[in-house]
Design a protein. Structure first.
Length: 216
């Protein structure tokens, strides 16, 4: 009888030990997941359009190497602080880290749009600002010069994917970079050469990111 009781107590002890191990492993997995997302996402729940988790899921679709150069992506409800031609989003450099900070604002014309349209515009704008980081930090001079040739050719016939793309070669790249993620078929139909260029950029970022992870 005592032997059976001892055996039962040992089994209970082993059960508790396994439970503690599983809890520790779960905590480690959460820490590893957070480490893969070096860019904090803040404030989007207040937008009432899209929440933080949905933004994080969208960012998961990009090569994660990019986010090592982005300090944060946040939503600001301070409409009066948006003096940038009423843009939906902007990016600037954090002087301390030299990384990009992307700030999204409330859509001043939201009452005229469906929720689906506003979500699409949010994603396009975030992807555009992410594109600026790619253009400045991950493309070499030769690649930027090559894209500049594409932009100059478009200047001659005024053919751009969006009105904002006409502002300069960087904005042209960023609009196509965003379109590749949000509406890839539209970009491919508009200009196959631009589509192939952006596809190659994405592929290169993903490959170099995988190599860096192997080294780590």
């Amino acid at each position: 009888m005592r032997a059976q009781l001892k055996n039962i107590l040992n089994q209970i002890g082993n059960f508790h030990k396994k439970a503690e191990d599983l809890e520790t492993q779960s905590g480690n997995y959460r820490e590893e997941a957070e480490a893969l997302r070096p860019t904090p996402v803040r404030g989007f729940n207040a937008s009432k359009i899209i929440n933080n988790e949905e933004i994080e899921e969208f960012l998961d679709e990009f090569p994660q190497k990019i986010f090592k150069e982005i300090e944060s992506i946040r939503f600001s409800d301070n409409v009066s602080g948006n003096s940038f031609e009423m843009r939906l989003g902007i990016s600037h450099k954090d002087r301390r880290t030299n990384k990009s900070v992307i700030t999204m604002f409330r859509d001043l014309f939201r009452e005229e749009k469906s929720k689906e349209k506003m979500i699409e515009e949010f994603k396009m704008t975030i992807a555009h600002e992410v594109g600026h980081t790619v253009f400045e930090k991950f493309m070499d001079d030769k690649s930027r010069w090559k894209w500049g040739e594409v932009y100059q050719a478009s200047m001659l016939n005024k053919r751009f994917i969006t009105a904002q793309a006409e502002y300069g070669r960087a904005d042209d790249f960023c609009e196509c970079f965003a379109m590749f993620k949000v509406k890839p078929k539209k970009l491919e139909k508009f200009d196959e050469a631009r589509y192939d260029f952006i596809k190659k950029v994405y592929s290169t970022l993903e490959k170099t990111g995988e190599k860096n992870n192997e080294k780590d």
